[in-house]
Design a protein around this ligand. Structure first.
Ligand code: FES
Length: 294
């Protein structure tokens, strides 16, 4: 069905490139569904995940045996990023990547009694620390969100190297924030406190946005899980929560730290993770050298 749309010049979204890994190509069958082939297990699983009704099929997987009348469920929109011929980055590709989420614990309350320009000053120093740490680890900083940041590792390296780079970046951030607290201690009611998470897994990496605001980013269960692990770091007042999946791909020895199994809404399998209350304790584990300031 997707090929039929393409050969007829009908814009038809197909973000995963016709591999049955998204649901953007789905169509609603208006007439002629009787007597058509049943969905294969792969297509059936995708349709079940999005709770599609019985008249919906994936255009890239569906090969009708006789005439049929369909309508694409999603409009291709005004951009042409999902069409054949656009770059792989624009179409999106599934990759195994490591993810770092980084936030400041209790920063909102810290800003309540400060002048907004003073808050901007401190935040920019903190963003500088995060940006340098990620760049020094040799990777891509995705975005700053409020006082948080998201960085993706393994886009141009192996997932294993990405995991090590992610740990290195987290420890460099820890070191940089400790330096900030020392330099600006008199400006702060209490020291800046980090909440970070690290996780690895499959994600769809794609250019997203509009016009000048388009950038390379990633979405998927791995990102959702990493975000949830960062929330857990905040809840537990810990500096870093590392998924066991990522930890096992590094040289980190985390046996001295608390291990938890976390069930997350929307994820089929629970995630095992290590709670590192003070990331400083990981310094010197062969990933990044310990600095002079704590
Ligand atoms: S294009 Fe992604 S499932 Fe059809």
């Amino acid at each position: 069905m997707l090929e039929a749309s393409r050969s007829a010049g009908i814009p038809h979204p197909s973000v995963c490139g016709g591999r049955g890994r998204c649901s953007t190509c789905r169509i609603r069958v208006l007439h002629g569904l009787d007597g058509q082939p049943e969905p294969a297990p792969y297509e059936r699983a995708t349709l079940a995940r999005i709770k599609a009704s019985g008249d919906v099929r994936l255009a890239c997987q569906f090969r009708p045996l006789h005439d049929i009348s369909v309508v694409p469920v999603l409009s291709a929109g005004r951009t042409r990023i999902s069409e054949p011929g656009s770059s792989r980055a624009a179409r999106g590709q599934e990759r195994e990547i490591a993810v770092l989420f980084c936030d400041l614990r209790g920063f909102t309350s810290l800003t309540e009694r400060r002048l907004p320009f003073d808050t901007v000053f401190i935040l920019n120093r903190y963003f500088e620390v995060v940006g340098h740490a990620v760049e020094e680890a040799g990777v891509h900083l995705d975005k700053f969100i409020g006082d948080g940041a998201l960085a993706l590792f393994g886009l141009s390296a192996s997932p294993d190297l990405g995991c090590r780079q992610a740990v290195e970046a987290a420890l460099r951030i820890r070191q940089g924030v400790a330096d900030l607290n020392k330099a600006y201690g008199s400006e702060l009611e209490r020291p800046l406190q980090l909440a970070m998470s690290l996780h690895v897994g499959p994600a769809v990496v794609s250019e997203m946005g509009y016009g000048q605001a388009t950038s390379l980013t990633a979405v998927g269960d791995t990102l959702n899980a990493a975000s949830r692990l960062e929330d857990l770091a905040k809840e537990l007042d810990a500096e870093l929560v590392i998924s066991d999946d990522l930890a096992r791909r590094t040289v980190l020895d985390l046996n001295a730290h608390e291990r938890r199994t976390i069930t997350m809404r929307g994820l089929t399998a629970p995630v095992d993770a290590w709670v590192v209350r003070d990331a400083w304790t990981l310094m010197g584990q062969g990933i990044v050298s310990e600095g002079s300031e704590k």
